[in-house]
Design a protein around this ligand. Structure first.
Ligand code: GLA
Length: 405
C-alpha cells in the first residue's frame, strides 16, 4: 500500500481527505527527512533500534489506544500513544546507569481526559498557545473560537488535537525508528477554517535524538501553530522540583505579556530580568524575583510561562535550549525550525493527582520546551506569520537531544 493511500485510509474519509492526503505526501520534504538523522554506525548497521506496538488502554467509549515504544542501543526508550499523538514516557539511564522516566505522564486514558489541562506530552493544535479573546481575522473574515483559558483560547480550544485518537503506523528507516501519526481535522473544527490533514512523525536514533517532524495541508487559508507539550524532569518524573536543574535559553528577547498571558506585541530584551537565561543558571535562581512579568505568569509562588524569541531563528543546526540536571547528569537540548519557545515550569500542577507509577506531580515538577510561533500571532501583525495558505504545506522539525553526562 502506498504511503498516500495509507494516510487516506488512516483518515477514514474520502473526498477532500484523500486530496489533502495526496498533497501532504507530495514533494521530497518528508522523504528527505527519513534519512536525515545520519546515525548509522561505521558498519552501516544501527543495532538495537526497535519499534514495538502494544495495546495501551481503551477510551471510556471502548476505542483502543495503541502505544509505540521506540528503543535505541543506549538504553533509551520513548513511548508514544495514539491518544493525542503524545509522548507518554521517556526512559533514560543517569550517569550511574540508573533508569528513570523523565517525562510526566499517566498510565491510562481516563487520567489524560480528567487532567486534560495539563496537556502532558501531547501534540498541540490547531493553534498552540493563546489566541486573544478567542477570535482572529483572516482574509477579511472574523473567526470565533471556544474560550478555554479566561477570555482566551488556549492550545486549539476545548477539544484540541491532544484529545483526538490518531491513526498510526511504525517507521523503520534503518538508522531511525519511529511512528507516524495522522489526523484529519474537518473544516470549522473549534472554529478554525479549512479541512486540515496533519502528520506527526516521531523518530529516535542511536544519537539519542528524538525528532518530531510535523506537516499539514489545508484546503482553505487558515492559521496553524503546532507544538509538543512534553514536561521534562531530568531527575525523573515525581522526584521533586526542577528548580536545581540548569537552563540555557538561547534568546536575547522575549514577548512580554499582559495579565491574561497575551503578548503586548513588543519584543523586549531579557537583559537585567529574571528571564535572562543566556548564561546557564538554575531554573529556581530568579523564580521568586519581584518582577511584574513573573507575577503575571504565576501570581502566587513564582514561575516561568513565557515565549522566548530564539536567537537560533529557525535554524535547526543552532542550539535553542539546553537544560541539565547536575545530580543525574542528564541533559536535554532542543533544536527547532520554529522562531520561539514557551518555557513553562508547571505552575498549574499542585500535587493533587498522581502520574505514571503513582508519581506525585507538584508545582515546578517539570518544565516544557514548546517550540512554537509566538502566541496570538493571528492578531499581531508584527509577529512572524502563522497563516497557512490553501494547498501549501506547513512543516516544522523539532529535535530533543538527550545527552548522558
Ligand atoms: C502552556 C501555557 C501554560 C499552561 C500550559 C498547560 O505552557 O502557556 O500557561 O496553560 O500550557 O497547562
Amino acid at each position: 500500500m502506498t504511503h498516500e493511500s495509507r494516510l487516506a485510509r488512516g483518515l477514514g474519509l474520502g473526498g477532500s481527505a484523500t486530496v489533502l492526503a495526496a498533497l501532504l505526501v507530495a514533494g521530497p520534504a518528508l522523504a528527505a527527512n527519513d534519512n536525515s538523522s545520519g546515525s548509522s554506525d561505521s558498519s552501516g548497521q544501527a543495532p538495537h533500534l526497535a519499534v514495538t506496538e502494544s495495546d495501551f488502554d481503551k477510551t471510556p467509549q471502548g476505542q483502543q489506544i495503541e502505544r509505540y515504544q521506540l528503543t535505541n542501543r543506549n538504553g533509551m526508550s520513548v513511548d508514544i500513544i495514539t491518544f493525542g499523538a503524545r509522548v507518554q514516557a521517556i526512559h533514560m539511564p543517569d550517569k550511574n546507569g540508573k533508569d528513570a522516566d523523565i517525562a510526566l505522564g499517566f498510565d491510562n486514558v481516563k487520567d489524560y481526559i480528567d487532567h486534560q489541562s495539563t496537556y502532558f506530552g501531547a501534540t498541540i493544535g490547531r493553534y498552540g498557545n493563546r489566541i486573544a479573546n478567542g477570535k482572529f481575522k483572516l482574509d477579511g473574515k472574523t473567526y470565533n473560537l471556544p474560550k478555554n483559558n479566561g477570555p482566551n483560547t488556549l492550545h486549539g480550544g476545548t477539544k484540541g488535537f491532544d484529545q483526538m485518537i490518531w491513526a498510526a503506523s511504525p517507521i523503520d528507516t534503518g538508522n531511525t525508528v519511529g511512528v507516524e501519526l495522522t489526523h484529519f481535522s474537518p473544516d470549522g473544527t473549534m472554529g478554525f477554517p479549512g479541512n486540515l490533514a496533519v502528520t506527526v512523525r516521531y523518530t529516535l536514533d542511536n544519537d539519542n535524538d528524538l525528532r518530531i517532524h510535523y506537516s499539514a495541508v489545508s484546503d482553505k487559508d487558515t492559521v496553524i501553530n503546532l507544538t509538543n507539550h512534553t514536561y521534562f524532569n531530568l531527575a525523573g518524573a515525581g522526584s521533586g522540583t526542577v528548580l536545581n536543574q540548569v537552563a540555557m535559553i538561547n534568546a536575547d528577547q522575549f514577548t512580554p505579556i499582559d495579565k491574561t498571558l497575551i503578548p503586548t506585541g513588543q519584543l523586549k530584551s531579557v537583559s537585567g530580568t529574571p528571564l535572562d537565561f543566556t548564561t546557564p543558571k538554575p531554573i529556581g535562581q530568579d523564580i521568586h524575583a519581584d518582577n511584574q512579568q513573573l507575577k503575571y505568569a504565576e501570581p502566587k509562588q513564582g514561575g516561568y510561562d513565557f515565549n522566548w524569541v530564539l536567537n537560533s531563528d529557525g535554524n535547526l543546526n543552532k542550539l535553542a535550549v539546553r537544560v541539565s540536571d547536575p545530580k543525574s547528569g542528564r541533559t536535554v537540548e532542543m533544536y527547532t525550525t520554529e522562531p520561539g519557545v514557551q518555557f513553562y515550569t508547571s505552575n498549574f500542577l499542585d500535587g493533587s493527582f498522581k502520574g505514571t507509577n503513582g508519581n506525585t506531580l507538584g508545582h515546578w515538577g517539570g518544565f516544557t520546551l514548546e517550540a512554537q510561533h509566538y502566541p496570538d500571532s493571528p492578531n499581531q501583525s508584527n509577529f512572524p506569520s502563522t497563516e497557512l495558505k490553501a494547498g501549501q504545506k506547513y512543516t516544522q522539525t523539532t529535535v530533543y537531544k538527550f545527552l548522558p553526562e
